[in-house]
Design a protein around this ligand. Structure first.
Ligand SMILES: [Zn+2]
Length: 409
């Protein structure tokens, strides 16, 4: 019996990294997968978000969010709040913390989707699979309807701490909607998170008299774990601000291996920036025993590895260490977007040593090849890339779509 087609529309993502939004519809059911803010609009004001909504019309039966990066979910609060929004437990934890600390809009009607446990929405079956990415508990989605199987990779890599997880992904699917963030960088071979940790260990050992400031994303759990572990290994105390400490504490509740100040040694919490958490004072109270002040750090700065953001300059200046290493450990693009010149001017005036230790949250060409060879899809559709034209050079059976084009699967 002939099956009906599924209408696939990539509303955004066929020509850009970030802002992904994918619609799949049968005759009876419509779902959205990711509804992200374009990267260049993330730092703009929340009230300006609406203008970045892709052209999605009408009602959706459900929305699935692959992970907590804003370029995948940043517009979810702009859609009808009665639509259920499915996320992983890790994504839900991060949403919760970010509403308090970053004033992100609360996501209504949130539902948790467990890995490898299908959810039925009308005549569409969706199964999530945990994948490795620079967001904790990121997911790929298998969509099954009308006798077809479509896998959406989300953001994925093979060189992270849990890089082998791609081997859990379903095989022999009809379509693989695959991210290609790094596909343009053909010479690019990613470092592993373990290699990043080794760089930190080496640096901390080489300069025992220096304080170490690390500018890292408070949401890049795997990176924070590497930095914490490098600190422990070199006899340093890890210091995170109240936001980062709360992020780690929340994720620790899902995975006890993730360090929390309340359960892990040599973990102190720097309160400076967050004196008031109106209505959420418990988030400050619950780790009060581990509070550290700039003054205490200033007494023997060489003992500490401090996670910072350049916007915390006034607090960092209170420590005013004579010598320091300043390590930038975030994506270059994000560094450019959020760079704070007064911080780096100050670093230069102080003569602190700058380093850049980072590895991508996205697969390199080798990684993409491993993923594709495991999945063995009949057809590949590129997304989350500025270089979709390079896919056919790497893979067979590639279909290139444009934003907004309706394609029948
Ligand atoms: Zn991402």
């Amino acid at each position: 019996m002939d099956k009906n087609p599924i209408a696939l529309t990539i509303h955004r993502g066929t020509n850009q990294i970030g802002g992904s939004c994918v619609e799949m519809a049968t005759a009876n059911t419509r779902i959205l997968i990711d509804i992200g803010l374009p990267l260049d609009s993330i730092v703009k004001k929340p009230e300006d978000r609406k203008q970045y909504l892709p052209k999605i019309e009408g009602y959706f039966d459900a929305v699935f969010i692959s992970h907590y990066h804003q370029d995948h979910h940043g517009l979810v609060s702009e859609i009808d709040p009665s639509i259920p929004v499915y996320v992983s437990a890790g994504t839900a934890k991060m949403f919760g913390i970010n509403t308090v600390f970053l004033q992100m809009p609360k996501v209504e009607n949130l539902r948790i989707i467990d890995t490898q446990t299908p959810v039925i929405i009308g005549d569409i079956k969706v199964t999530a699979f945990t994948v490795d990415h620079s967001a904790y508990d990121a997911m790929a989605f298998l969509i099954e309807a009308e006798g077809k199987r479509i896998l959406y990779s989300g953001d994925i890599r093979t060189h992270g701490v849990k890089g082998v997880m791609y081997k859990n992904l379903p095989q022999d699917v009809d379509y693989l909607i695959l991210e290609g963030t790094n596909i343009g960088k053909s010479e690019y071979k990613s470092k592993t998170e373990k290699q990043i940790k080794d760089q930190f260990v080496k640096l901390f050992k080489k300069y025992p008299d220096r304080i170490n400031y690390v500018w890292s994303s408070g949401q890049n759990i795997d990176r924070l774990v590497q930095i914490y572990s490098a600190s422990l290994k070199t006899g340093k105390t890890f210091v995170a601000d109240l936001y980062v400490a709360n992020v780690l504490h929340e994720i620790h509740q899902l995975n006890p291996k993730i360090p929390s100040p309340n359960s892990h040694p040599n973990f102190r919490v720097w309160y400076e920036k967050y004196q008031k958490l109106k209505g959420n004072e418990n988030l400050a109270f619950r780790m009060k025993r581990f509070k550290i002040k700039s003054k205490e750090i200033a007494e023997s700065p060489e003992k500490y590895v401090v996670i910072i953001r350049p916007t915390q300059l006034e607090y960092i200046q209170k420590i005013n260490a004579a010598q320091a290493n300043v390590v930038t450990s975030i994506w270059k693009q994000y560094e450019i977007m959020t760079r704070n010149e007064s911080f780096f001017d100050w670093v230069a005036r102080k003569g602190y040593q700058k380093n850049y230790y980072h590895t991508s949250g996205h697969a390199d060409n080798e990684g993409l090849k491993s993923i594709v060879s495991h999945i063995s899809p009949k057809t590949i559709i590129p997304i989350h890339t500025e270089n979709k034209a390079m896919f056919p050079g790497l893979f067979d059976q590639v279909i290139l779509l444009e934003d907004g084009e309706v394609f029948e699967l």
